[in-house]
Design a protein. Structure first.
Length: 291
């Protein structure tokens, strides 16, 4: 590479756009070492030039040292995607919605591929990315906002009236994914969602689970399931009611397989992490997971 090719701004843009990902180096690591790499290339060019000038000097056996990169942590996923969008105009290695896909599948109650099926004034939950956002001043001098939400299925306009905007303004930013609740409105012909509140993704994710699976210890290791332990397990399960159907995985003696039993439909359990930890600590329980 010639010195003419060592334009720092161009190299920064290429790194942030992922053009050097094939080098198996982190993008932030390349940025962190960029100044050092440019200086190294310049020094190597000088070294090669001096060697050419002393081509017939048999005493020159110096070897130019290799570039040593200092390691550092990678950019966060969202930061990497932001760089790609700003430089390329589109997301290249992923999409901000990808980390929320399961939550979107389980929790979104408004189908943006068919918004005409939604009911007027009914409240819906939507997991989607805010792609547009603008504030306007009403006739009374207050501010309200309009925007556009997009998910894997489609898009819909949103409206935030003054009181809601005042509460949520600082939490909203374009190209970020939100879990929100709002009422559907198509009274003016074009479907829109009147935003009421933002929801906590972690809490919504816990509520989105439908099944709770409990793998039991083997009967031999658990002392043949003493009545006292079975009673305390039953009481523990009854103490954490929720929305999840309950499934037991019971090891079969002398076999590698296990029996899968579903508890009665009247028994449903919480999917909160603290409740799962309580279940895991029970002597009859080997593991607990959500699905």
């Amino acid at each position: 590479m010639s010195e003419a090719g060592l334009n720092k701004k161009i190299l920064e843009s290429l790194i942030h756009a992922g053009c050097f990902d094939s080098l198996a180096c982190k993008r932030k690591e390349l940025m962190f070492n960029l100044e050092r790499a440019i200086d190294w290339v310049a020094a190597k060019l000088d070294h090669e030039s001096s060697r050419q000038q002393s081509l017939f000097d048999t005493d020159d056996e110096t070897v130019f040292p290799p570039l040593v990169m200092e390691s550092c942590e990678e950019y966060g996923r969202q930061e990497m995607l932001d760089f790609e969008k700003s430089l390329l105009g589109f997301y290249f290695t992923g999409h901000p919605m990808d980390d929320f896909k399961t939550l979107w599948e389980r929790s979104s109650t408004l189908d943006l591929s068919h918004p005409e099926r939604a009911s007027q004034d009914r409240e819906y939950i939507l997991v989607a990315m805010l792609t547009e956002f603008r504030e306007v001043i009403t006739r009374t001098g207050k501010k309200m906002a309009f925007g556009l939400l997009e998910d894997y299925a489609g898009s819909i306009e949103i409206v935030l009236f003054p009181d809601t905007l005042e509460q949520l303004r600082e939490q909203l930013a374009v190209d970020r994914v939100y879990c929100l609740k709002g009422s559907f409105d198509a009274s003016r012909g074009k479907p829109c969602l009147q935003v009421k509140e933002l929801l906590d993704p972690a809490s919504l994710r816990e509520k989105s689970y439908r099944e709770l699976h409990v793998r039991m210890e083997s009967p031999v290791e658990a002392g043949n399931y003493e009545e006292r332990n079975l009673t305390t397990l039953r009481d523990l399960i009854y103490s954490i009611p929720g929305q999840c159907s309950l499934y037991f995985h019971i090891p079969l003696q002398g076999r590698r397989k296990e029996a899968l039993l579903r508890a009665g439909a009247h028994i449903t359990c919480s999917a909160l992490e603290r409740d799962l930890e309580n279940l895991r600590s029970h002597p009859l329980v080997n593991d607990v997971w959500r699905d």
